[in-house]
Design a protein around this ligand. Structure first.
Ligand SMILES: Cc1ncc(COP(=O)(O)O)c(C=O)c1O
Length: 402
């Protein structure tokens, strides 16, 4: 017999629930800015040309569907480690950094969480307020006690550095600190190089364990640029975990491909910790799906495909940056009250409009514009067809107040 709790429907996922409501909305000029996926000017999530070519090559060479190693193929693991940390980084050369293939970035975070819980880490994990809504749910489900540190000002425009560092200063040695490596979701506001250095100092002084969620490497300013904050934490002897995702940067959402990197004090420590990573995976999904990782490995390891992919990635990045400038121009042209200029210089797909729950409901019910929470928008979602209707709707809702 199922437990009685299972007979009561779970609350809908805050973001996926909106996607369903959008699908069911009959209005022809509805605008969906709620989903966290990249779309092109036609509103479609593209299949990259390098992915198509990699799949063609893979289909020609296909030989077996045998299980893969628990932590993924070595070639993939090494390529990903170099992509994240850089080929010549001391942690790579020394072997104290090891990568594990995971089912997307969500899988990477869960593997990191299980590794920590199963090896006796602190049960307290600190995350930014606000953060990606799946973060608290996921880490609570994995057995952590979640605490938050303040991040941006209420409008979501700039980081409140001192309150953030003061809160983290209360963390106990061994506590986990979840940080967004680049393209913070939902604010789009990333720490400055100086703040990353201060976070690195604090982590070192208080002997905290950073867990860096790097789901958008390459969507901000570039592949190396977006890893610069992370590199500030990978100091000699420093220990940390990183979760990365290729859902967005290779547009491989449904293939569930990502990785978890562990960086230990020494190669011997890393290899011991890796055995616990494998034990955690074995009792979860046993071993990873192959296809997405094969695509990423084929592209990253090929002298012709890799630069072509980097051009495709740069194209997605520049579309996002162009949309950021365009939305600010559209709001300023309508003289929508508020300072929107920060949206133009933020990073990644997201920005916060800083709206009330009532205004968000007004946008949806009155204008067919779907945004998340207190007004998180996916900037990639703007097209020449929907930008003006969006700006008109926002102007009307802000003018109405409330
Ligand atoms: C901050 C953050 N982390 C992790 C993920 C998970 O990505 P994936 O789809 O690869 O599991 C996302 C996806 O939206 C995200 O925004």
């Amino acid at each position: 017999m199922l437990p009685s709790f299972a007979r009561v429907a779970a609350p809908p996922d805050p973001i996926l629930g909106l996607a369903e409501a959008f699908r069911n909305d009959p209005r022809p000029n509805k605008v969906n800015l709620s989903a966290g996926v990249f779309v092109d000017e036609t509103g479609k999530t593209p299949l990259l040309a390098t992915v198509i070519e990699a799949e063609r090559r893979l289909a020609e060479g296909a030989a077996t569907k045998l299980y893969r190693p628990i932590d993924g193929e070595l070639a993939y693991r090494e390529l990903v480690r170099e992509l994240v940390l850089g080929k010549d980084h001391e942690a790579v050369v020394s072997g104290r950094a090891l990568a594990t293939q995971t089912p997307g970035g969500t899988g990477g975070l869960r593997v990191a969480a299980d590794l920590l819980r199963q090896t006796g880490a602190s049960e307290t994990l600190w995350m930014s307020e606000p953060t990606w809504p799946n973060h608290p749910a996921m880490f609570q489900a994995a057995g952590f006690r979640v605490r938050t540190y303040p991040y941006t000002d209420p409008a979501g425009r700039r980081i409140d550095e001192e309150p953030m560092l003061a809160a983290l200063g209360q963390a106990s040695p061994g506590d986990i600190v979840l940080l967004h490596g680049a393209c913070h979701n939902p604010t789009g506001v990333d720490p400055s190089p100086q703040l990353w250095r201060r976070i690195g100092d604090l982590v070192e002084e208080r002997r905290l364990l950073p867990l860096v969620d790097l789901a958008y490497q390459g969507f901000g300013d570039g592949l190396r640029e977006d890893a610069a904050g992370l590199m500030e934490l990978v100091r000699p002897g420093a220990e940390l975990l990183v979760s990365t995702s290729f859902s967005k940067t290779f547009s491989l959402y449904s293939e569930r491909v990502g990785a978890m990197l562990l960086i230990a004090r020494s190669a011997a420590d890393a290899s011991a910790a890796q055995s616990h990573v494998k034990a955690a995976i074995r009792v979860n999904y046993s071993n990873p799906p192959a296809h997405g990782a094969d695509i990423v490995r084929t592209i990253l390891g090929d002298a012709e495909l890799r630069p072509r992919w980097e051009v495709e990635l740069a194209g997605m990045r520049s579309r996002i940056k162009g949309n950021r400038r365009a939305v600010v121009a559209a709001l300023e042209a309508r003289r929508v009250p508020g300072d929107w200029s920060g949206i133009a210089t933020q990073r990644g797909m997201f920005a916060l409009l800083g709206l009330s729950t009532h205004q968000v409901a007004q946008l949806r019910d009155g204008h067919g514009v779907y945004v998340v929470g207190k007004g998180r928008i996916n900037v990639a979602g703007f097209t020449s067809a929907n930008l003006d209707p969006f700006a008109d709707a926002l102007a009307a809702v802000v003018a109405a107040g409330g």
